[in-house]
Design a protein around this ligand. Structure first.
Ligand code: NAD
Length: 438
């Protein structure tokens, strides 16, 4: 809990926050092993082709499905299958389902609407309309609630479980107002949903600290052998992370000319290949454009974008990415909204989105390529931001707080999941529904 959040939770704080209409950050319910995914039953509505798969996924995930008959029930989630809405008139089914029950959603509750990708739907207009609905619900929810829209393409019905488990749990605590797409895929359920990455090898760049260290920890928790990469100057911190997650440390500057070949060689020789590649290493060198020297521009492009492209190509050329592989980029809301003083950084983070677009098509069927776009995450990077700007960044989202590195890591673990084979070409913001770039 940050200092403002503790104050807002105190007796006096509650009074002041209420009177002045100040942001009211609710403590988010995050995943912890052994704790039920949600704090209450799920109510499932709608009557499209996803109702049965949704019931099956909820059951498999250990969620209780409410029958909607008992009054006064507090729901952990409200899920609506809108995939069959084939006319604008039928959009009123959203209102019919949600309006009577939305106030019965408990703290940190989840709203998830499932639809059909507009371009594949009977009514493109009606399906596209679902976005405005869910994003507004996300802004209306109080007390840590989140809302998302999931478009499931024809043939993707049996590929929804990993996504349903992610969104209907504390793993997605800081994800709200997002649109996710799931395409057709042959999905095999993991033997153990608590260790879906057992037997898999993951590479995480920039793993010595911050978000990268959290990614290594979460992928390790999920069963992966994690190769933790960072610059030699971070050697001690890197070894500490690698030891903690039972992985190995690879000291390397990813911008070095021989880095891609060394990475491909290391993964091939030591591990027989790699299943999950997470391009997390990133730097900022902020200046407004007129004051930005070429050195700052070049350094940011080299670390955040060029090296990632080169590493991908080297891994593909060496055939080191194993079947059902995963490539995950780390973009930023700055790459979507743009940001003063960050022309270089935002260029690279928008480039990461381009990498997702092009590579996800090129590798379709043999690997998935997705990215997270974090908003304000509490790390050393954001601790260095001047106080006033930092406080604004932290509060300017629907959850009125910054996210934690683990929130980004959980989203990456969902992309990395072997059952997420239908989740390809997505850029999902982990930003508490930030107002920037919304
Ligand atoms: N913190 C945020 O709020 C935020 C928001 C949006 C996006 N991001 C992105 O998330 C990623 C991680 O950010 P963070 O806040 O944890 O940053 P951080 O500075 O704490 O960690 C970045 C790590 O990358 C490593 N690294 C830098 N250059 C490298 C190179 N040439 N070779 C190998 N490793 C290198 C660093 O040594 C460091 O350990 C970055 O891509 C960043 O742009 C962060």
């Amino acid at each position: 809990m940050d200092r403002y959040q503790s104050f807002a939770r105190s007796g006096l704080g509650r009074f002041v926050v209420g009177k002045l209409g100040l942001p009211d950050p609710y403590p988010l319910r995050r995943h912890s092993p052994g704790k039920p995914p949600l704090d209450g039953p799920v109510l499932i509505g709608g009557d499209g082709r996803l109702v049965d798969p949704l019931h099956a996924a909820a059951k498999s995930a250990g969620l209780t499905v409410a029958d909607g008959t008992s009054s006064g029930e507090r729901y952990g989630a409200l899920v609506f299958d809108a995939s069959g809405i084939d006319s604008v008139e039928r959009l009123r089914e959203l209102h019919e389902f949600f309006a009577p029950v939305i106030r019965s959603l408990g703290p940190c509750g989840r709203v998830v609407v499932f639809g059909t990708p507009p371009e594949q739907a009977e009514s493109q207009v009606a399906q596209r309309a679902l976005e405005g609905f869910t994003r507004s619900v996300g802004k209306e929810l109080k007390r840590g609630g989140t809302a998302q829209l999931v478009y499931v393409g024809p043939g993707g019905e049996d590929a929804i479980e990993s996504t349903a488990r992610f969104l209907l749990s504390g793993r997605s605590a800081y994800v709200s107002g997002q649109v996710v797409r799931i395409g057709p895929a042959d999905v095999e359920a993991p033997r153990d949903w608590d260790r879906p990455l057992d037997g898999k090898v993951a590479l995480v760049t920039g793993a010595a600290r911050g978000i990268g260290a959290a990614i290594a920890e979460v992928l390790g928790r999920d069963g992966a052998t994690v190769v933790c990469l960072d610059v030699p100057a971070q050697g001690d911190e890197l070894s500490a992370v690698a030891n903690r997650v039972g992985g190995t440390a690879l000291q390397l500057d990813i911008t070095a000319p021989d880095a891609p070949a060394r990475i491909a060689e290391h993964l091939g020789r030591r591990h027989g290949g790699v299943d999950v590649v997470v391009h997390n290493a990133g730097i900022t060198r902020d200046r407004t454009l007129g004051k930005m020297d070429a050195g700052r521009w070049d350094a940011v492009v080299a670390v955040n974008l060029a090296s990632q492209e080169r590493v991908n190509e080297a891994l593909l050329a060496a055939d080191a990415l194993r079947p059902n592989g995963r490539i995950v980029g780390v973009s930023s809301i700055a790459g979507i909204a743009g940001n003063v003083g960050q022309t270089n950084y935002a260029t690279t983070k928008a480039g990461v989105i381009g990498m997702v677009d092009s590579l996800s098509r090129r590798l379709a069927g043999r690997a998935t390529v997705n990215a997270v776009a974090p908003g304000f995450i509490e790390t050393r990077m954001t601790a260095a931001v001047p106080l006033f700007i930092r406080e604004a960044g932290r509060r300017m989202n629907s959850l009125s707080q910054g996210g934690l590195p683990v929130d980004v890591a959980e989203a990456i673990a969902w992309f990395a999941h072997p059952a997420s084979a239908g989740v390809n070409g997505n850029v999902v913001r982990v930003c508490g529904q930030s107002l920037l770039g919304a």
